[in-house]
Ligand binder design. Structure first.
Ligand code: ADP
Length: 174
């Protein structure tokens, strides 16, 4: 007989810069939802000088995307991931591995996080095949050169990207 005790549904945390979110990320969240009842997509809000969108802008786009999905929450965090995990009582980290090139860094981070907090487990998920080559950097490069990223990022994100690069080429005159 199973003792009656409160069982906490595990919360999985999917951290990243998401500058901006693309459909490769969304596919990983969909996969994570098959394994965990709740997924927190966590935007690393460290001050990166080269970021295109502020952490607030990234959160806004992501909140819009998962509005109405009770199983996905979007949060931002600063500093060490293990501290954030502790704050929200989670021990599960989701990461995506696109290719061998991602492996070394991801493996190192997983081991470092485990060293910092031994209960933390990193779950690696494989990308949707169509998005294996997709990264935020490539998306930004394509849009900055006038290319079309329809079908690679959510539509509202595509519009914001195009607007951002239009502003950069033709800054509004005040
Ligand atoms: P990027 O700028 O490379 O898109 P992020 O730091 O925002 O990356 O990525 C967060 C996580 O999502 C990382 O684990 C990364 O490997 C994973 N990821 C990024 N792009 C994809 C993709 N196309 N398919 C699957 N996982 C991905």
């Amino acid at each position: 007989m199973v003792a009656s005790q409160e069982v906490h549904a595990p919360i999985a945390v999917y951290p990243g810069s998401f500058d901006p979110i693309h459909l490769g990320h969304v596919a990983i969240v969909d996969r994570a939802k098959k394994l965990f009842p709740r997924v927190i997509v966590a935007v690393l809000a460290n001050n990166e000088k080269n970021a295109l969108f502020t952490p607030e802008e990234r959160l806004e786009m992501m909140n819009e995307l998962w509005a109405g999905d009770e199983r996905v929450e979007v949060r931002s965090f600063q500093g060490l991931l293990v501290k954030f995990l502790e704050e929200i009582s989670s021990t599960i980290v989701i990461r995506g591995i696109r290719a061998v090139s991602d492996f070394e860094y991801e493996f190192m981070m997983a081991l470092m996080n485990r060293r910092l907090s031994p209960e933390v487990e990193t779950v690696f998920l494989t990308p949707k095949e169509d998005y294996t080559y997709l990264s935020s950097r490539v998306v930004k490069e394509v849009v900055s050169l006038g290319g079309d990223v329809t079908g690679l990022v959510p539509e509202p994100v595509r519009l914001r990207l195009e607007e951002r690069y239009r502003e950069a080429t033709h800054p509004p005159t005040s």
